[in-house]
Design a binder for this molecule. Structure first.
Ligand code: PMP
Length: 447
């Protein structure tokens, strides 16, 4: 029998060095927002496994549906025959799609695989080779999805060449555009439009572009919501040039931002292809793409598939998750808890002691971030008195302090940002407790 410390050492000795980790703790149980470690700690989980266990760990309805499915059918390869949960899940998803044209589904296991499917579909449907992505984007780490990722080089560095034909433009985010965080949304949208225009004038003709891939709230890149006017601009541009607009809702989908999908916040918005994963099945590996009949019909029969694609148990979990959304006001809780969360973050941004540390508070629903200033960063130092001391690695220090008080929060890939992504069922008391710890953590660094 190994002690908790010995298991952690065993993990360090035998788990691939390529897998990064925030902590070497071993989690043995999850219930709601609580996780329990093998060394006896109870932690408040504000990560939800990076936006996956959105109904909380081991939600009773999901667990019951999975137990029931395991007793009747675990696996039926979907290239052989349909299975019931696959079709039932489509039945549940059809009425909640952000646009009625989205009625052709394909399920896979992970977000990255779904991105691969979307790439294949976009190229086949248009007969064009290239795609456009945004600075700070995260779409995965496989050779296709990794080629679209722009949040940090480590995901693919020294392992190329990657899939060719990927062009990068600025995301409507001040870092991406080299302007201060106080820049107005209107100006940010104007600058981002200009960068895209320059890309099409100087680097790649629109007639050679199959698709633009975008996260409606950029995830790993810093939890940056894309302003609706920019999304609408992309829609118009794509329609004008026959380019497909591919919306990556892997992290934003399933009420994370307060509505079923983030694009629901933009009236009448129509994705050509939408990608979903994570929250769809509350922890079971399930992802997929959805598109319209015309686009999906361009694929050759058999060109999409995979042994576990749309696994029966994962689909049964997905059905249970959608049924919870249909019977409970999850969006209402997201909005109420988000208000609590943002108020705590605004207080840190505005109080004299901590204000010098904070560059920006932003987000959509329970996909929220606080970005700290970095020493020697001219963009974020506007308004600061000369000589104001900005500590380095504020986010990491805040994160460690929070963990020492029993709260697990995550940083993001770029710059110095802490992101909040608790289960959507987080209670008022849990949010209050987390914000108290977090506030103390930032005050502690400011001292
Ligand atoms: N797209 C987005 C927006 C994501 O956040 C992620 C995962 N963080 C992916 C794609 C890749 O999904 P997966 O890790 O399931 O492959």
């Amino acid at each position: 029998v190994r002690t908790a410390a010995q298991w952690a050492q065993f993990g360090r000795d035998h788990v691939s060095h390529g897998l990064g980790r925030m902590q070497d703790l071993v989690v043995v149980k999850g219930e709601g927002l609580d996780i329990y470690t093998s060394d006896g700690q109870k932690l408040l989980d504000f990560t939800a496994g990076i936006g996956v266990t959105n109904l909380g760990h081991c939600h009773p309805a999901v667990t019951a549906a999975v137990q029931n499915q395991v007793g009747s059918l675990v696996h039926m390869q979907c290239s052989i025959m349909f299975h019931a949960p696959y079709l039932q899940l489509i039945e549940r998803l059809l009425p909640v799609m952000p646009h009625p044209s989205l009625d052709q589904f394909f399920f896979w296991n992970s977000g990255s695989e779904a991105i691969e499917a979307a790439l294949k579909l976009a190229r086949k449907a248009t007969g064009r080779p290239n795609v456009v992505v945004f600075q700070g984007a995260y779409h995965g780490r496989t050779y296709g999805s990794g080629a679209l990722t722009r949040s940090k080089p480590i995901y693919t560095q020294s392992t190329g060449p990657l899939m060719p034909g990927v062009y990068t433009t600025a995301y409507p985010y001040w870092h991406s555009l080299g302007v201060p965080p106080s820049t107005s949304e209107e100006e940010i949208v104007r600058l981002a439009k200009h960068q895209l225009d320059m890309l099409f004038r100087q680097q790649v003709a629109t007639k050679d572009v199959a698709a633009i891939f975008i996260e409606p709230v950029q995830g790993e890149g810093g939890y940056v919501p894309c302003p609706a006017p920019f999304m609408n601009h992309l829609r118009e541009l794509c329609d004008k040039h026959g380019v497909l607009l591919v919306i990556d809702e892997v992290q934003t989908g399933f009420f994370r931002t307060g509505s079923y999908f983030s694009v629901n916040h933009i009236k009448g918005f129509r994705p050509d292809i939408m990608i979903y994963a994570k929250g769809i099945a509350n922890g079971f590996p399930l992802s997929g793409i959805v598109s319209n009949k015309e686009i999906m019909a361009t694929l050759d029969v058999g060109s999409l598939g995979g042994t576990y694609a749309g696994n029966a148990v994962a689909c049964a979990a997905g059905v249970a998750v959608q049924d919870v959304f249909a019977s409970e006001d999850i969006g209402g809780n997201v909005n109420a808890r988000a208000e609590q969360l943002y108020n705590a973050l605004y207080a840190l941004r505005d109080s004299p002691k901590t204000a010098p540390l904070v560059a920006q508070v932003r987000g959509q629903g329970l996909m929220a971030a606080i970005e700290f200033r970095m020493p020697n960063d001219p963009l974020t130092h506007e308004g600061l008195d000369k000589g104001t001391h900005i500590p380095s690695n504020i986010g990491k220090r805040v994160q460690e302090f929070c963990l020492s008080k029993g709260l697990v929060v995550l940083t993001t890939s770029c710059f110095d940002t802490i992101r909040f992504i608790p289960a959507l069922v987080v209670s008022e008391e849990q949010m209050d407790k987390a914000m108290k710890i977090f506030t103390e953590a930032v005050q502690n660094v400011a001292n």
